[in-house]
Design a protein around this ligand. Structure first.
Ligand SMILES: [Mn+2]
Length: 331
């Protein structure tokens, strides 16, 4: 089975937007839903509508659950929040969606700002300066050390894995971004590939815990994160990679800009070939496009070109390595 391409989406895209996605040759959506929409009726209706455009939901994310401060920081209401996460997993299973997103980032991604930068051709993109980020005050009530984050993660796994396993849903764990030991006074769970190894070991290698391999995070960290090519090989072999965030940056930390795939420091074609060579069968997604232009399709418009570029790299890699393509199904 060839690898597939997805775009991020939300509920309630217009018919024109869904037609636009279909015309990009994309069939899969990473659907972000807010808690009010996490009912079977709402999402089944959305699936039915998407089906008219030959689109389907490849994975679901509920942002307030995905990066939940109560669960991650072990606050008093975490059991209630974990229960909601369990319900979300059961709902995904009922809809036939086999992947949900999670990231141990209670304060989200840290960036210094968004601007037209030297490597972005005038595009407004996110950039990070670690010196600025590390000079900020702590983001929560106190400092949260590393072992405490591993404890809350284990607490979460013990309650989530049985539910995921019983209904066949896998959680895709994204690294902490930027990948440094601590952000805003909270120790990062995943900022090196060795941390993924620890997380998978903690889950007893259950298939219910997989990864969102964010190429952007690996490139931001460089060798300090891990050996990207070797990590792609071994995590493909272990069937841990559910989704790939395909993104390039201008340089490693301490300062980087998020660039077009062809403009960053990494050779994204070499990286794509490694995924194809290793038999990756999951989903590729462009991660963080430039800010869109409102009259040019906004966010979807901004994703169109880089998604096309990604598809071109995937097609070329498959061609060069004599692998099949994910093409239009004959009806
Ligand atoms: Mn990412």
């Amino acid at each position: 089975m060839p690898a597939k391409v997805q775009v991020p989406a939300r509920i309630g895209h217009t018919d024109e937007e869904l037609a636009f996605i279909r015309e990009m040759g994309v069939r899969y959506l990473n659907l972000n839903v807010m808690p009010a929409d996490t009912t079977y009726e709402t999402l089944a209706r959305e699936q039915e509508r998407l089906a008219h455009f030959d689109l389907e939901i490849s994975d679901l994310a509920c942002p307030p659950l995905q990066k939940n401060p109560s669960i991650i920081l072990g606050r008093a209401d975490r059991d209630e929040q974990i229960q909601q996460f369990q319900d979300f997993v059961r709902l995904s299973a009922r809809l036939g969606v086999k992947i949900v997103s999670v990231a141990w980032q209670p304060n989200g991604i840290f960036r210094t700002g968004r601007a037209a930068c030297p490597h972005t051709r005038g595009g407004v993109s996110a950039y990070a300066d670690l010196e600025e980020i590390e000079s900020r005050p702590i983001a929560n009530d106190r400092v949260y050390p590393s072992e405490e984050m591993w404890d809350t993660f284990l607490y979460f796994l013990e309650r989530m894995l049985p539910v995921c396993e019983s209904c066949g849903v896998r959680m895709a764990l994204h690294p902490n971004d930027p990948p440094v030991p601590s952000l805003g006074g909270v120790a990062s769970l995943i900022y090196r590939s060795a941390d993924y190894d620890r997380a998978f070991a903690l889950a007893n290698q259950s298939s219910a815990l997989g990864m969102k391999l964010c190429v952007g995070c690996w490139l931001e960290g460089g060798d300090r994160f891990g050996d990207l090519m070797e990590d792609i090989r071994r995590y493909c072999q272990a069937d841990k990679i559910l989704v790939v965030h395909f993104r390039n940056v201008s340089s490693k930390l301490p300062r980087f800009e998020e660039t077009l795939c062809e403009d960053g420091y990494a050779n994204m074609y070499a990286i794509m070939k490694q995924f194809v060579r290793c038999g990756f069968q999951g989903y590729f997604s462009i991660d963080h496009a430039f800010a869109g232009h409102p009259s040019m399709g906004g966010m979807l418009g901004a994703f169109a070109y880089p998604t096309g570029f990604l598809k071109g790299l995937l097609w070329s890699a498959e061609e060069e390595l004599h692998q099949p393509h994910d093409q239009v199904q004959q009806k």
